[in-house]
Design a protein around this ligand. Sequence first.
Ligand SMILES: Cc1ncc(COP(=O)(O)O)c(C=O)c1O
Length: 313
Amino acid sequence: MPLRKYQSTYFTLSMSSFSFSRHLFQKCIDQEMELNGAQNNGINGNFMYGNSVHHVSVRTQVSVNPAKLKSLRQRWNVRPSEMSKKTLNPIRAIVDGMKLTPNPEKPMIALSIGDPTVFGNMPTDDTVLQAVKEAIDSHKYNGYAPSVGYQKSREAVANFYSCPEAPLEDKDVILTSGCSQAIELAINVLCNPGDNILVPRPGFSLYKTLAVSMGIQVKHYNLLPEKSWEIDLQHLESLIDDKTACLIVNNPSNPCGSVFSREHQHKILSVASRNCIPILADEIYGDMLQVSRGEFCARHYRPRSQDSHELDQ
Ligand SMILES: Cc1ncc(COP(=O)(O)O)c(C=O)c1O
């Protein structure tokens, strides 16, 4: 049964210099039908568009599906979505509710927020500050940026992380709003509801917050305090099943502060390679390290061959 027949709709519009798109017109009709229980064959009224009010007089011949009428809402009933109900950030739950009265005799050291800059320990480099100031003063960047980031910026990132074994181009890079958005995007791309992801324990809580809200199961693999918080590889591998969509590796680790040795990283890669599980590498603190980048960074590793599962530098 046709709901509406716009071919036979005729309407008169009394509006000043205003082009009334078919889309907007349909919206008006929809709204009017909702308000009036879709009884009418026409619309008469004032509509706001921009800053001005326009009088619209519309006659329609609209066929209405009675079944649809029953479902029209009679009153407001806006409820939180299922996803929002499943979204819980345990860090915020603890930190926001914390009420401490500091001992006035002692200086307080805040250990709750991993933001060294705010406590003056890692000031932003002058080169960065200067570049930001120049960008603002230039007025060149006041509009919308491409949603994946400016090409020049993506090129710069690609050049920085590129290596002969895994060459990168700007099209391989997406700039996000913080690492949180990058993690969310990556989980969204790799996982479907019902899949599971492997997450370190102890670990950064956001992985679980995001995954659970998307209907993705979280399986925790253990880190071993007696081994400088290395991954318990046997435990890790025992968790993998056919629903495992990705392995999250956080190195250097929050909250452990540990950095995996090259050898340990090879072993992690072997597990992932043997089971064909992609790694989501959260290396947010990688550039804070005082050691040479090669000691740590995953970009220096690649599978030697799919069959041998051995890994090369
Ligand atoms: C391991 C880890 N990953 C991701 C994030 C989120 O980073 P951002 O603040 O850039 O969203 C944090 C922040 O504390 C973190 O510790």
